[in-house]
Ligand binder design. Structure first.
Ligand SMILES: *Cc1c(COP(=O)(O)O)cnc(C)c1O
Length: 345
């Protein structure tokens, strides 16, 4: 790692397709996926569904579209969706569900682990009557981005899903980083998402694809999701060039997430020793620094001056995410540079 090279910890979305992935993409067999003719897309969808224990899957351009298509497929306009106050769907998807789905998003307080309180969910379920929106969907998130990459245990997902199911509502799990949860908890993704009807996950984050997410669930729901995807303009043609990256990632890039988690722990320990930051031990690949001395903007600028990139993450918080393109040596170098920034402050 040269002195001048920037170490980009803004997100695991910055990962670049490596040579083997590019070869898989270049050699992909393709067809028109809107006609269902793309063998590489069909292969990715089948692999994804199998990997998370669902009947069917649909390939979409982004995690945001996967969640929107999921909400559209589970609801009709005027329905209500229960979800965490810190969830990505509520905070970081431009209120697309409200605008395009015509649903009401009803946030419930997230606990520190990214879960919800069973009693809050129970209390939020609507009694059907003339005045109320229908409680149609509960959305959960695993790993939980804003809560620092925490893993939602299968038992918690089951308990919350049971309340929704009892009320006749569906359950969608935003599993953008579900394989980080699988690797960190040594629990198969299929087990972590078993209680949810649908699950979406990103190929473009730690799995290191250039593009893409997958929504998985029962065949009937996925048939509807295909229509919703088409409406949103997400029906792509020779998309197999992209899907081939996903197939490659599912085969090669899941187990290695353990390295990202080890690097995140090293990074957190090093940062915690410096003094100006409170850092909790990360559960997966997301490290959150709470700024104790100085300002968030001041530190972000000081890190950037040293060639370490991070992002603001709520008041007084900075996020760093480890990923495939930042190895253990680069983490040591990042810590050296940040130590210099602290010494100079
Ligand atoms: C990144 C992310 C998404 C959205 O994915 P994009 O591909 O960036 O649209 C959804 N949910 C969570 C939890 C995420 O971290």
């Amino acid at each position: 790692m040269s002195d001048t090279q920037s170490i980009d910890l803004r997100s695991d979305t910055v990962t670049q397709p490596d040579a083997a992935m590019r070869r898989a993409m270049a050699g992909a067999e393709v067809g028109d996926d809107v006609f269902g003719d793309d063998p590489s897309v069909n292969r990715l969808e089948a692999m994804a569904a199998e990997r998370v224990g669902k009947e069917a899957a649909v390939y979409v351009p982004s995690g945001t579209m996967a969640n929107l298509v999921a909400v559209l497929s589970h609801t009709r306009p005027t329905d209500e969706v229960l979800l965490g106050s810190q969830s990505h769907i509520f905070n970081a998807e431009v209120a697309g569900s409200a605008r395009i789905g015509g649903v009401q998003l009803r946030p419930l307080p997230n606990d520190a682990g990214g879960g919800l309180d069973e009693s809050d969910v129970e209390a939020a379920i609507r009694e059907p009557n003339l005045h109320t929106p229908r409680t149609a969907l509960l959305c959960l998130e695993n790993t939980h981005n804003s809560c620092g990459g925490q893993v939602l245990p299968a038992a918690k997902t089951e308990a919350l899903a049971a309340i929704a199911r009892e009320a006749g509502a569906g359950v969608h799990l935003d599993g953008a980083r579900i394989f980080n949860a699988e690797v960190a908890s040594e629990t198969p993704a299929a087990e972590l998402v078993a209680a949810a009807d649908s699950v979406s996950f990103c190929l473009s984050k730690g799995l290191a694809c250039p593009v893409g997410s997958v929504l998985c669930g029962p065949s009937e729901l996925i048939d509807r999701a295909r229509r919703e995807r088409k409406m949103l303009g997400g029906g792509m043609r020779q998309a197999g060039v992209l899907a081939a990256a996903g197939v490659h990632a599912l085969e090669h890039n899941i187990e290695r997430l353990a390295e990202d988690h080890a690097n995140a722990r090293t990074l957190a320990e090093g940062l915690g020793r410096l003094g100006p930051f409170a850092v909790e031990t990360p559960a997966t690949n997301i490290v959150i620094l709470r700024v104790l001395e100085g300002t968030r903007e001041g530190w972000l600028a000081a890190f950037a001056d040293q060639g370490v990139r991070a992002v603001p993450f709520g008041a007084g918080r900075i996020r760093m995410v480890t990923h495939k393109d930042v190895d253990a040596a680069a983490i040591d170098e990042a810590l050296r540079r940040i130590e210099q920034a602290v010494a100079a402050a």
